[in-house]
Design a protein around this ligand. Structure first.
Ligand code: ADE
Length: 255
């Protein structure tokens, strides 16, 4: 089971996304446990303040250290059986390392994730330095807070936990696994508005179908995301496929 504790000043934002579909089922199956904690409950201030002015002046407010440290520490003591090496304390921030499928897989192998949603101008630097193991960004753009990034990260990691998705094999074949985009999919009808399903897919020849899929997957990657090839260069088998099959670079029709 993967346990995820989210620390936020907007707990209600999480009501919808984690109570629908696959993430909901994952929790019902006992494979995921997602807890939402309101950082404000750990404020040491009588007005429940969680932010304050920056030392040295300047615009905006800074998230205070005490409520965040207190919240994280109160969560950690609840799970005595989880070793520090089985846990990551993560801060969602645009300054973090860029999230991707590989990082999601790494996180899915932990037993416990504590995800802090950053806010305001930023968090007190001592949170980064002395509490957090990993700072993660979901992309080079700035959102109003870490809540939506936390949802993105948790959704992506949760579906990699064994059993959360019905079929384990679909994770192996999906986009970004092994640095390739996924091959095209088709379903009935065979002809729609005059557009046909490629013949090979109803040939019944599994070897040909598998070759066609690999080829289309490479082709898509080269056309749409050539940057992926620098981390995952073409293998000898893939080069051979390209030289054997026709490489047609016309853009795929939208279906
Ligand atoms: N908070 C604001 N923007 C963010 C981003 N891009 N990634 C993670 N946390 C954020």
């Amino acid at each position: 089971m993967l346990i995820v504790d989210v620390l936020t000043i907007f707990p209600d934002m999480f009501i919808g996304p984690f109570n629908e579909s696959i993430i909901k089922k994952g929790q019902e199956k006992g494979l995921l446990k997602i807890n939402i904690t309101d950082i404000r409950d750990f404020s040491v201030d009588k007005h429940k303040k969680v932010d304050d002015y920056p030392y040295g002046g300047g615009p905006g407010m800074v998230m205070k250290p005490e409520p965040v440290f207190n919240a994280v520490e109160s969560i950690i003591v609840k799970y005595e059986d989880i070793k520090p090496s089985e846990r990551y304390v993560i801060l969602m921030t645009p300054q973090g390392e860029l999230f991707n499928q590989e990082r999601a897989m790494e996180l899915s192998r932990k037993r416990h994730l504590i995800v802090i949603c950053g806010h305001y101008e930023g968090v007190d630097e001592r949170i980064r330095q002395f509490l957090v193991d990993k700072e993660i960004s979901i992309g080079d753009y700035v959102l109003t807070g870490g809540e939506i990034p936390a949802m993105v990260l948790i959704d992506c990691v949760a579906r990699l936990v064994p059993g959360v998705l019905g079929e384990a094999s679909s994770i192996e074949e999906e986009s970004f696994s092994h640095g390739r985009l996924e091959y095209p999919h088709y379903t009935r009808p065979e002809i729609y508005k005059g557009y046909k399903v490629p013949e090979v897919l109803h040939s019944g020849n599994h070897k040909l179908i598998s070759e066609w899929r690999s080829f289309e997957s490479i082709k898509r990657t080269i056309i749409k995301r050539p940057d992926l090839l620098s981390s995952y260069p073409l293998s000898d088998i893939e080069q051979d496929l390209i030289s054997r099959l026709e490489f047609n670079t016309t853009k795929d029709k939208k279906s």
